[in-house]
Design a protein around this ligand. Structure first.
Ligand SMILES: Cc1cc2nc3c(=O)[nH]c(=O)nc-3n(C[C@H](O)[C@H](O)[C@H](O)COP(=O)(O)O)c2cc1C
Length: 195
């Protein structure tokens, strides 16, 4: 159990990323495949989808994100933040499949209004599992949300089906610098124990 919490402690939002991965890329791909298989989903509906961008595809993606933001805002601005993500070794894109959800939702009309929450909860579990798995391998990552502005660009760039809905983007790479330690808190304000 101690080891479990120690690994969770290693997961942070690392914004200073570089290309020097401490593990082979295959290890990251294996982590993603295993996590997608193992992370739970409501009614086991297997709604989650993930894309791993490596090397040139990762760089092309962040260039295109910048272009979309410029188009959206109508003005050019500093690329510093986008470049900090592109400086990593890759990016994991998280999606859910609307078709997979609809099929199950139709089968359970009683729970119709819960499905979106459940899909997002499962996607969050997947994000956390992969983020923490990366941290366990000393790979840094952070979590970004340029959707929905970039949704169409992503679908077009990677020829994805319309039913793939983008949820989050996770650039990862070697750790240039870790963030400051978490500030201690009185956890009893947020956790209640009843005996
Ligand atoms: C659901 C969710 C959405 C987040 N969205 C963003 C985001 O869009 N951009 C960003 O830089 N960080 C984002 N974060 C990271 C949080 O700001 C970060 O996890 C939090 O400040 C705690 O820091 P830590 O990750 O180092 O523990 C998000 C985190 C979560 C869980």
């Amino acid at each position: 159990m101690n080891n479990f919490i120690e690994i969770i402690k290693k997961r942070r939002s690392v914004y200073n990323l570089n290309r020097n991965l401490p593990v082979f890329q295959d290890k990251i791909v294996d982590l993603v495949r295993d996590s997608v298989h193992l992370v739970p989903d409501a009614f086991d509906m297997k709604s989650q989808r993930v894309m791993v961008l490596l090397g040139g595809q990762h760089e092309k993606f962040w260039d295109a994100v910048y272009d979309e933001l410029v188009k959206y805002t109508g003005e050019s601005f500093s690329r510093k933040r986008i470049d900090s993500f592109a400086a990593g070794a890759g990016t994991i894109l998280y999606f859910y499949d609307v078709a997979a959800v609809e099929e199950t939702r139709r089968a359970y009309p009683m729970y119709v209004e819960h499905f979106h929450d459940w899909v997002m909860q499962s996607n969050g579990m997947l994000q956390f599992t992969i983020w923490t798995g990366l941290a366990a391998m000393d790979v840094g990552a952070n979590l970004q949300h340029y959707n929905p502005v970039i949704d169409k660009m992503v679908r077009d760039m990677f020829d994805l089906p319309d039913v793939w809905t983008l949820v989050a983007q996770m650039p990862f790479g070697g750790i240039g610098r870790m963030p400051a330690p978490k500030i201690p808190e009185d956890i009893n304000i947020r956790v209640k124990i009843e005996k």
